[in-house]
Design a binder for this molecule. Sequence first.
Ligand SMILES: C[S@@+](CC[C@H](N)C(=O)[O-])C[C@H]1O[C@@H](n2cnc3c(N)ncnc32)[C@H](O)[C@@H]1O
Length: 272
Amino acid sequence: MTSEQADTDALRRKTRQHYDRFQFGFDQEEILQEKFDNRLMGEAIREIAQPGALVVDVGCGACRVARLGRRHTQADTLSVDLSLNSLRYARAMDPGPLVAGDNMHLPIASGSADLIISNGVIHHTPDSRLSFHELARILKPGGTLVVSVYDRDGWYYWVWHYPGAGIRALRRLIGDAGIKYTIFPFFHIGVLVLLSLHTRRFFRLPIETSWNLFHDQFTTPQCEFHTFDEVAAWGKEVGLQWREQRREAANQLATLRFRRPLESEPTGASAA
Ligand SMILES: C[S@@+](CC[C@H](N)C(=O)[O-])C[C@H]1O[C@@H](n2cnc3c(N)ncnc32)[C@H](O)[C@@H]1O
């Protein structure tokens, strides 16, 4: 094994341990509805017309996509995650098929998915670009890929790097027990206020969900940021057509939508 391979394996293991400990929930009804109503992922789910189309959610967390797919379409869903505890959490939420797998080596046949959703995942893998390529591999001709990454040009880049570095340093000193009684209450109240203002009613956010969200925002072992142009270029490399892009989740995420052309169509061309 090369040292590069060993580093990749170590990072993947740390990420799995992170999400085994802090499963990403954030799956309250208002949050699900916002994804469906306002996000590119919701639009793509709404457009699924044929029963039995396959929707694959890679890095599914609490299976928010599968739940929306089941509720609003007659599609089949497949939810994949690296973290077994996240899949256990998801099992309690959604009866659909779950697969333990790594985004960089998906245990899924090439060209099998009609719609792939990757929401906030590839920037946590050891190599975002190769993870993107792997998503493209499993996409059917005519199929859609919606991928959201942390936006290099958004505010969160600065938060992760500056207050975030301080929080990670403090955590090394005082541990999670210390963080829970110092910084975390401010985070929890801040998120409650923002979500309540956004939804115009008191938002109920369980402490456990908020604690795991805090760790998703500040302590993940791997966190990369990408521009729209970078992700669009990855799409070109693997012959996908760029269709649309949008800043989402209060400008934290850069979301792009791609389509794999049919075999009879030219590859790699941008949509007009
Ligand atoms: C921020 S959460 C997003 C969850 C979900 N996509 C959502 O929007 O609710 C990131 C998820 O990606 C998963 N993940 C991280 N690295 C992964 C990898 N290499 N392969 C598959 N899943 C991965 C984590 O376990 C976690 O559940």
